[in-house]
Design a binder for this molecule. Structure first.
Ligand SMILES: [Zn+2]
Length: 350
């Protein structure tokens, strides 16, 4: 009975959570509340997701993105032409709203791509449920998959993600095969082979940052970067030593974002950056976070040079003035764990 009540509470918590949608710019929307943040490219080619959230939230993520894509496909574009010679002349019989009615756009296409920024379950848990739309299922009155579209989405990640997910111990893979990426890349970058929703999509591998399989995704026309877990506005960067993460790699990754991003004016606006967790960022936000990581790294490196032990470094509180923003004493990634990861990552012999 106790167990039943417990299960009920879990279910209630899952149902109570909602997905919040923030239109970022261009084709890109930020979905918050499914574990890690999800970046969604929504348009006439369908849906591309960067990260898939947790498996429990998949039904809500799916209904949210399908509502978005239906709304985007059905809405008429603005009429920017004025005068008799315009194709949509306000002086003739057509109008943007009338055109939308008579053009009767085809049904929106489903999720075509999922890109994983790392192998963490709050970023890959929805891979299976979101990529495998059952044939002929009717969602929001639309038949899936539409003619000419593959029935499942392509799930793309760096090959180290697949390597770690499929690594076997006693004949069992680390993660069930349904959650594995279907396509991987190696090397420092990868491009989708054709435009998606009218723009190029680039992946960059940031080696040895949060893990050894981190990708960040750059939408070249919308000018949005999905950074994954090297950037968070709610915690210190998660350096997963066991999965190949290092503090230097995390710092390099943040500098990599700043290489690509161009502010609109004095480090504000312009290229927008979706972090793995937390709120939407611009160049200034990323630079502040990068500075924080660099300062803490230098402090710990100096302490190691002086021969200080891990306990002594922790006692010296190298993160103190940032703890109000990023620190935590409980939870999955505490300040203590961060300092320890930085220390071990910088120590000559680990
Ligand atoms: Zn995460």
């Amino acid at each position: 009975m106790k167990r039943l009540i417990f299960l009920f509470l879990i279910a209630a918590a899952a149902f109570g959570q909602d997905i919040h949608v923030l239109p970022v710019q261009g084709n890109i929307y930020m979905l918050v509340g499914a574990g890690g943040n999800i970046a969604a490219s929504i348009g006439r080619d369908g849906i591309l997701l960067v990260d898939a959230g947790t498996s429990q939230m998949s039904p809500k993520v799916l209904s949210t993105v399908l509502q978005l894509v239906t709304a985007v496909a059905a809405s008429p574009g603005p009429n920017r032409c004025v005068g008799l010679h315009c194709p949509d002349s306000p002086y003739r019989w057509s109008s943007p709203s009338l055109n939308a009615l008579i053009a009767s756009p085809g049904p929106p296409k489903p999720i075509r791509y999922i890109i994983n920024t790392s192998m963490d379950p709050d970023h890959t848990g929805g891979n299976e449920a979101l990529s495998a739309l059952p044939a002929d299922s009717k969602i929001l009155g639309v038949t899936f998959p539409p003619v000419g579209v593959a029935p499942t989405a392509t799930v793309i990640a760096h090959e180290n993600v697949l390597g770690r997910m499929s690594a076997e111990t006693k004949g069992k893979p680390a993660v069930a095969s349904g959650l594995w990426p279907t396509d991987t890349y190696r090397g420092s970058s990868y491009k989708l082979s054709e435009f998606f929703n009218g723009e190029g999509v680039q992946l960059f591998h940031d080696p040895a940052a949060h893990t050894d399989g981190d990708s960040m995704v750059y939408f070249r026309y919308s000018d949005v970067i999905a950074a994954g877990d090297i950037l968070s506005t709610t915690s210190y960067p998660v350096i997963d030593l066991a999965k190949g993460g290092t503090i230097q790699g995390a710092l390099d990754g943040l500098n990599h974002i700043l290489d690509i991003a161009i502010p609109e004016f004095r480090s504000q606006g312009g290229t927008l950056v979706i972090p793995g967790h937390g709120r939407l960022c611009d160049t200034g936000d990323v630079a502040n976070y990068r500075n924080m990581v660099a300062i803490i790294k230098d402090r710990v490196a100096d302490s190691i040079k002086k021969g200080m032990t891990l306990q002594q470094v922790k006692a010296s509180k190298p993160t103190l003035e940032y703890d109000g923003l990023y620190g935590a004493t409980t939870g999955a990634w505490t300040t203590d764990m961060f300092v320890e990861a930085v220390y071990k990552s910088l120590s000559p012999k680990r």
